[in-house]
Design a binder for this molecule. Sequence first.
Ligand code: UDP
Length: 359
Amino acid sequence: MHYLVTGGAGFVGSHVVLALRDAGHSVVVFDNLSTGHRAALPPDVPLIVGDLSDPARLNTVMEYERFDAVLHFAALSLVADSMRAPFTYLRHNYLNSLHLVELCVRHSIRRFVFSSTAALFGTPEQQPIMEDATVNPGSPYGESKFLIERVLHWAEKIHGLHSACLRYFNAAGSDPSGRAGEDHRPETHLIPLAIDTALGRRPRLSIFGSDYPTPDGTCVRDYIHVTDLARAHLAALEQIGTRSVTYNVGNTTGFSNLEVVRSVERVTGRRIDWCGADRRPGDPAILIAGSERLRRETGWTPHIAALDDIVETAYRWRLAHPDGYAPLPAMQDARVESRPVPAFSVPPVATAMHPPAPS
Ligand code: UDP
């Protein structure tokens, strides 16, 4: 099969590209390289550097090549950033995906795999979160992904485009044979930050929030190895010849942020200097996947399920790539704190709308 992969140079996308090729398929990657890396792709994978906000370019690609399916990863994906820049997230993720889905319909592509998110559940009372749980996004990021799921719903009903919406829990780890890894700039995710702190590349790790309703007061997440997540995409592709599916992709086990710190300490054999910090906006207290439907319908199960094993693969990649895919100026001093990304950020409503005090 021949697949178009948007965002294929990113963390999850690049691991899915490897899985597709390992299974004998050919891929073309469409990526604007805003967060992805050319070096994350095998050298013989065609990369079209383009932006989804430019449908004309994408249209040309689809006119030129016939794809059996599209796998769509390209998106802004940080919950906290979306709380600062909601319209940017909604516009970027929703409108760009709308263009993409329309083009799939126009070019008679019949299958579409979408990287959705557990963030669309908000903070549900029931854990683990079953695949039919109520959707109630707690952030513009989660909302933007849910809007795309709705676009896909109508694309199937009216145009017969079958889709798989995969609601990811926390993707982590790296390709076990070392071909790809995690390199976000700036890095905001807990496991790579904890590893860099253990390695002395950051002075200290901040743990956001200590008063959540969880056993140790820190957030609980379900970490799924990125290669297992990638395998779920192949399993989903096989399901969508004649129907659409929605699956949660997780390990069905939760770990608190402090448990993650202890896991990284075990794996690296080093102590992590961490401190408590304020809650991060938009973070739900607990996200644990119920992936029963995925397991039942496809036979998928995670192969690297233990947290220490997941961390181990991430650690090995970081040791082999201390500067990630390439040394960039921003990485030369690895101790710099994460910078707030969006230059497009607007003040929160409460500030922006506050009426002037009466004189
Ligand atoms: N987290 C933290 N310190 C950090 C980065 C993340 O305490 O420097 C917490 C974050 O608040 C959340 C958990 O780690 O509770 C997982 O966050 P991450 O960004 O890795 O993934 P997310 O759950 O947002 O997709």
